[in-house]
Design a protein around this ligand. Structure first.
Ligand code: ZN
Length: 708
């Protein structure tokens, strides 16, 4: 056991000592920090003053040490997981969550905030400070702090029941997904499947009977196909047996809709309780409550956007279905073929192969990580005037593959740093990609600045063998992995290029949920920008063959561009349908009324889908984003943020993508608004400062080929 003084989870103004942190440090650190936080909170509740200095900075300071330790622990849970770490995390998690809840629901702190807002000092606060106080008040109110007596008790009971319902919802879904499988034994049953999918299906069959899969099992079977995405999707896209696709599809859309695992009664109960909760907090619907903390100003404004997208996407989606039908009839030599749910994915893949035939493998040699990084950093320099330089060895890392970089401004002064953990490590690293704060920008006691530091985590293919190019191969990326890297770098830039002095609103802190994906999706656009990818006289492109140095052939790049808008009408229509369903369920639907959720879904589908759902469709019973995740009355956020990011890129198109001076000027403006201001202003105001007007969906419609 380490002495507290040596515990590397302390010392929140420094970069975490990843070379020294072990699972053993977790409990001693948290057990020491929790009582400290509790006594600080008790002290603050007694002495908090309704002034800025007397409240917010003290509140922030109070959670800082434990927040730092907890974020380092959670980061390691994602990138260096182990049974020991998980056990230590598990042992303290509940207590940490409870401690932060009691902070967020403290009545004396809430009262001081309200007094600050309603008192004389308010007019002397700047806009950033006011937004921070307002956000604190709102968060406390949404967790029921303003309620008293029976209303407060009822609110707590609702929260507990909702938490339980969402856990049960996702458990049902998980169990129902596990309970269904197609057990296949005839090679004709898996005809059309790629080898990788056959291999996984054979492995799944072996696992189900506790056998070791035979070496030739991929080709000989048996195979087991399930409703899990990695099994379901390839089968729907490639299996030639139409009847089996139908069985699988029907299994998918009726998951968790019958018997013990039926989610439908849970949905009714969740919607009823959410409506009641919103009512207790003074809102007319749960959607109004959800939107109160988001960028979208009102339910009407979201409906308006969804309506515009629907109007553009639905006719296009019908046209895409006709086109696909023609294609499928010709290829299948069945002139009467009518495409339905279980045919779309299959024929869409055949048409994609014919039109945009490229494989990840063809592209990979042109996207070697070192070159892609050089290209991405060159883009950041061109747009934002920042220089990124490798600084490996200047900070402790959690794995030998992790890189460390520093960012300097135009004057050459260091302003930020970031870690990049690029490769997949299934044994101890979570899947997916994300950006997280390692340190926030903050003024220290001695007057100096603690610079912001970010974690950028991806899961791309690792280099193979020795050190390239002598003996091995560098990390060769798929195009999707390149986009992901740009995406996370975009999040990171908003964290790192902040100029906000109050850390509560610096970087991504205090940014509304539906605006968070603006900088990240914005950066993805540059992956489709020819000079960035293929190079220009001003800079080399990021897509160059790792051995020959040859630039990505123009024809391949053109296919990438074309594939971006492939079936965009259908994709958009689907997202808009799901967003509308979510919003309407939380705004207009009356739980317990004469119309069941299923009837309600059918009504929404009638005006929002091209092929109506099957009568037995119970898609809602598997819609965990809104019933077991954080997206309730917020599913629209995906589209909302896409409007912003596309429109932001539109500013560069308007200025002229080939006009270096204009691109630079627009880039600096993006840096000084979207990237610099973080959560210090309302995102609509930030957007207006950048764009000079309100956001418009025109650019998104144009980029996705839904408007010219
Ligand atoms: Zn993101």
């Amino acid at each position: 056991m380490n002495a507290i003084a040596d515990n590397p989870l302390f010392g929140h103004d420094r970069l975490p000592a990843f070379d020294r942190v072990t699972a053993e440090h977790v409990e001693p650190a948290i057990r020491a920090l929790l009582p400290k936080m509790a006594s600080d909170l008790a002290e603050l509740e007694k002495t908090i003053a309704p002034t800025w200095a007397g409240s917010i900075p003290r509140l922030t300071a109070l959670g800082e040490a434990i927040g730092y330790a907890w974020s380092v622990i959670n980061h390691l849970m994602g990138v260096r997981n182990s049974p020991e770490l998980r056990a230590a995390h598990q042992a303290v998690q509940q207590d940490v969550v409870t401690a932060f809840m009691s902070l967020g629901q403290s009545v004396p702190i809430y009262r001081a905030m309200v007094a600050l807002r309603d008192g004389g000092e308010w007019t002397k606060l700047d806009e950033t400070q006011r937004r921070i106080v307002t956000a604190n008040i709102r968060a406390a109110e949404h967790s029921g702090v303003g309620l008293t007596g029976a209303a407060r008790e009822r609110f707590q009971a609702i929260e507990l029941e909702l938490a339980d319902l969402s856990t049960r919802f996702s458990n049902h879904l998980l169990d129902a997904t596990k309970a269904f499988a197609l057990e296949l034994t005839d090679p004709a049953d898996v005809a059309g499947l790629p080898v990788s999918a056959k291999r996984s299906a054979a492995h799944a069959a072996a696992r189900a009977t506790n056998r070791e899969p035979a070496a030739e099992a991929a080709e000989r079977g048996p195979w087991r196909v399930t409703l899990d995405g990695p099994s379901y999707i390839p089968f729907m896209e490639h299996a030639t047996r139409r009847d089996l696709r139908e069985q699988l599809y029907r299994g998918f859309v009726t998951r968790a809709s019958a018997g013990e695992l039926n989610n439908q009664p849970l949905i009714d109960r969740i919607l009823t309780l959410r409506t009641e909760k919103a009512g207790l907090l003074g809102f007319t619907s749960f959607a109004e409550l959800s939107l109160a903390a988001k960028m979208a100003p009102s339910v009407t404004s979201v409906e308006q956007l969804l309506g515009e997208l629907r109007t553009a996407a639905l006719p296009k989606s019908r046209g895409e279905l006709d086109e696909l039908t023609t294609f499928a009839r010709a290829r299948s030599r069945d002139a009467a073929l009518t495409l339905t749910h279980w045919d779309i994915g299959f024929w869409a893949e055949r048409m994609r192969e014919e039109r945009y035939s490229f494989t990840d493998e063809e592209l990979r040699p042109y996207f070697a990580l070192p070159r892609v990084l050089d290209g991405m950093f060159a883009t950041a320099k061109r747009l934002f005037g920042i220089s990124v330089r490798a600084a490996d060895g200047e900070a402790p890392v959690w794995h030998a593959d992790v890189r460390f970089f520093r960012i300097a401004n135009e004057a050459g002064k260091d302003i930020a740093a970031f870690f990049l953990d690029p490769y997949s490590r299934p044994a101890d690293k979570r899947g997916g990609a994300w950006m997280d704060n390692a340190l926030d920008r903050k003024r220290l006691v001695d007057g100096s600045w603690r610079l912001p530091v970010a974690y950028l985590v991806c899961n791309q293919s690792a280099p193979v063998g020795g050190i390239p190019p002598e003996t091995g191969t560098p990390s060769l990326m798929t195009f999707r992995e390149v986009e992901t890297l740009f995406h996370e770098f975009g999040h990171g830039l908003q964290h790192m290029l902040t100029t906000i002095d109050h850390l509560e609103a610096a970087g991504i802190n205090n940014v509304e949920w539906d605006a968070v994906e603006l900088p990240s999706q914005f950066m993805e656009n540059w992956c489709y920008h020819a000079p960035t990818v293929l190079g220009s006289p001003a800079q080399p492109g990021l897509a160059r063959h790792w051995q020959t140095g040859e630039t990505l052939p123009r024809a391949l790049f053109d296919k990438l561009i074309a594939a971006r808008t492939y079936r965009a009408g259908s994709m958009t229509a689907r997202q808009v349908y799901m967003s509308t369903l979510d919003l309407e369920l939380h705004h207009r639907y009356v739980p317990g009324g004469p119309e069941s959720v299923i009837e309600f879904q059918r009504r929404i589908a009638a005006s929002g889908t091209v092929i109506p759902p099957l009568p037995e469709d119970r898609f809602l019973c598997g819609f965990s984003h809104i019933f077991a995740g954080g997206y309730a009355a917020g599913y629209y956020s995906y589209k909302w943020a896409e409007v912003l990011s596309a429109d932001a890129f539109g500013a560069f198109e308007d200025a002229g993508l080939d006009n270096q001076a204009a691109v630079e000027q627009t880039g600096r403006r993006f840096r000084d608004t979207v990237l610099a201001l973080g959560g210090s202003r309302h995102p609509l105001e930030v957007f207006r400062q950048f764009r000079g007007r309100e956001p418009s969906p025109r650019a998104l419609l144009r980029h996705t080929g839904l408007a010219s």
